[in-house]
Design a protein around this ligand. Structure first.
Ligand SMILES: CC(C)(COP(=O)(O)OP(=O)(O)OC[C@H]1O[C@@H](n2cnc3c(N)ncnc32)[C@H](O)[C@@H]1OP(=O)(O)O)[C@@H](O)C(=O)NCCC(=O)NCCS
Length: 177
């Protein structure tokens, strides 16, 4: 089991097809509560088909980012240990849906923010106008994470028990139409 006490550094990088098994293991390792918050209901993790999908973004319209544990002297490039995953899926013209999870032992260590800042950088670079995140209304952690990066977060309630949060991105970097 990976614990936050393990001497290590964390690297944020784009997800790759070879991350499939590590991604399945990451979601298997999440607590029932974290899984329920991530998938908005009871979940046992992700099946192989979903892992393949998450690990195969085209990096232009869809993206995925992972936080990978790198222990000095023990790095095995073939078997990364994933401690965080963020997905960016198109959800409208120039809009992407963000979903994120961090390993329970590593929560509140700034990994979610590092993943989100990397996601913002990717989105701005690719001309995305808006990030959207859907969450259970009880999810204080994701709301705190979204609010921690100094952007304006707009909230709406599309249905009972759910909140949609959006972050509009500056148009300054967007290619001219
Ligand atoms: C939401 C989640 C990804 C946050 O990741 P994290 O790595 O723990 O977040 P960070 O350590 O980067 O914290 C970012 C900010 O949020 C705050 N925060 C994080 N968890 C919090 C919590 N449970 N309660 C209150 N604030 C919290 C931190 O204090 C920090 O703010 P600060 O710098 O002003 O102190 C993580 O809690 C998680 O994986 N939860 C389960 C899955 C989930 O809910 N996913 C979201 C659905 S899309």
């Amino acid at each position: 089991m990976v614990t936050a006490a393990t001497p290590a550094s964390i690297r944020i990088r784009p997800i790759e097809p070879g991350d499939r098994d590590a991604l399945i293991a990451f979601y298997e390792s999440l607590s029932a509560e974290s899984l329920a918050l991530r998938f908005h209901g009871a979940s046992i993790g992700i099946v192989d088909r979903v892992a393949v999908f998450f690990c195969g973004p085209d990096h232009e319209h869809r993206e995925g980012l992972v936080a990978v544990l790198e222990e000095s002297g023990a790095r095995d490039a073939l078997a990364p240990t994933i401690v965080g995953h963020l997905s960016l899926e198109p959800s409208g013209a120039h809009e992407v849906e963000v979903a994120v999870a961090v390993a329970d032992a590593w929560q509140r260590h700034g990994i979610g923010r590092r993943l989100l800042l990397a996601a913002l950088a990717w989105a701005e670079h690719h001309g995305i106008e808006r990030l959207r995140a859907s969450m259970l209304w009880t999810n204080v952690a994701i709301l705190s994470l979204l609010r921690s990066i100094g952007r304006v977060v707009t909230l709406s309630m599309p249905g009972a028990g759910e909140i949609d949060a959006t972050i509009d991105l500056p148009s300054v970097l967007r290619p001219a139409a």
